[in-house]
Design a protein around this ligand. Sequence first.
Ligand SMILES: C[S@@+](CC[C@H](N)C(=O)[O-])C[C@H]1O[C@@H](n2cnc3c(N)ncnc32)[C@H](O)[C@@H]1O
Length: 243
Amino acid sequence: MSTYPHKATQRLEDMEPINAPKLHDRIYEDILVRGLEYRQEDADEFADGIALLRELRDIHAEYVNQAGPFADPFGEYLECSGQTSERAGQFFTPPDIVDMMVAMTFNGVDLARERPFTVCDPACGSGRFMLGTAKHFVRHNAGCLNFCFTNVDVDRRMFTYCTMNAVLNGVPGIHVHGDTLRMEVWDAFATLPVGSVAMWERVPPETAKRWLVSALERPETAAVAPESAPSAKTQQTTLEGMA
Ligand SMILES: C[S@@+](CC[C@H](N)C(=O)[O-])C[C@H]1O[C@@H](n2cnc3c(N)ncnc32)[C@H](O)[C@@H]1O
């Protein structure tokens, strides 16, 4: 019997039997990294990543049916299966509290302003504040996600699940594997919405670091991309193409 608040989460556990490769490693290697090389004509070579992505999209759809839009299946899975680390301070904010904090942050603010908002979670976990912000903008800004969300986590699992949450929910942002306290950046992906999902692109660590510094120091101007920041023009991978 499922021990998860939402039945769909059990399917994530089923994808990760004991002694099998870890789910987050498969997502990172087979989807996020190998997916960058995807070409329609070589689709056979990407069969593992495509199958994994299809399964995750299906689980995500079922989870959202059960828990509501922009809900976080990965966070629920990690917490309820005891995979979070107390030592690393991995406690996720309950979704209702996220919703309240996002509503308070944007209370009375013109969400439709010309310059996109820059929002940063320097200790993002599975990306709940990103998801809550997207939900708020969908509800209160006619569906327009007028922001770029910068996420950072020191744990590669969190970085991977957070990036995947952005991909599956179509949220614009930069997701950084790094240490916010030491200002070290090791890896990063940008996500760019295409319909209800997002395509992704690897961001060089030095570019991601510039973006992060800017987002932390001058949030109002960080929405202006550094010169070498990723753009839709350089993007080669689309979720639609892979799955
Ligand atoms: C309390 S959790 C909060 C997660 C998320 N913001 C939320 O509210 O649901 C803190 C997260 O910060 C990460 N973390 C801890 N030290 C960090 C550091 N120096 N730099 C970046 N992330 C860090 C942990 O891995 C963990 O996922």
